[in-house]
Design a binder for this molecule. Structure first.
Ligand SMILES: C[S@@+](CC[C@H](N)C(=O)[O-])C[C@H]1O[C@@H](n2cnc3c(N)ncnc32)[C@H](O)[C@@H]1O
Length: 161
């Protein structure tokens, strides 16, 4: 059973206001992070929230979030789970994308290790998080750095497995 976390409680409460408040801000991040990506193959969105990324891409992707309230606003393949314990087999995805969620994990390194596990060899991990956090050393310990860019209030890393 999923333990109730602070993030889950917080996002369950704010889910109703999330899209009007953050759609434009998050779409701007997706544009900056993904404008040069082909994104073919299976995609996992970690900390998917209300499914704005799926809406932006105009396609079905696998979505994981800890907040049922946020997931209820989405469409398609949604699973309530903790990004530190993913219900997917090893080497499953071509891309793992995660926007503005990693800094909410209780153990960010645990989440990064889970991404490594579910990503195919040579798979791509694109992650953003608030600039006031710094997971760069941990990310570079597990993945090859391809690019790093400023994404509004977030920093964005493009990494290869
Ligand atoms: C700022 S929102 C970003 C949502 C979405 N990625 C977007 O671009 O709009 C952060 C999301 O991360 C989720 N989250 C926080 N901690 C999590 C965890 N440990 N496991 C799964 N999801 C988590 C929250 O429930 C919330 O939906």
């Amino acid at each position: 059973m999923l333990r109730t976390s602070k993030a889950q409680e917080l996002y369950d409460k704010t889910s109703k206001f999330y899209n009007p408040r953050y759609r434009r801000i998050q779409f701007n991040k997706y544009n900056i992070a993904l404008n040069d990506q082909i994104l073919d193959g299976d995609i996992l969105d970690l900390g998917s929230g209300t499914g704005l990324l799926s809406e932006f891409l105009g396609r079905q992707i696998h979505q994981v979030d800890i907040s049922k309230g946020m997931l209820l606003f989405g469409k398609g393949r949604r699973v309530q789970a903790d990004i530190e314990n993913l219900p997917f087999k090893t080497d499953r995805f071509d891309y793992v994308l995660s926007f503005s969620a990693l800094m909410n994990a209780e153990n960010p390194e645990g989440a990064i290790k889970e991404v490594k596990r579910v990503l195919k060899p040579e798979g791509i991990f694109i992650v953003t998080y608030l600039k006031s956090f710094d997971f760069s050393d941990t990310l570079k310990r597990y993945f090859k750095l391809i690019d790093m860019r400023s994404c509004g209030e977030d920093v964005c890393f493009i990494l290869k497995n």
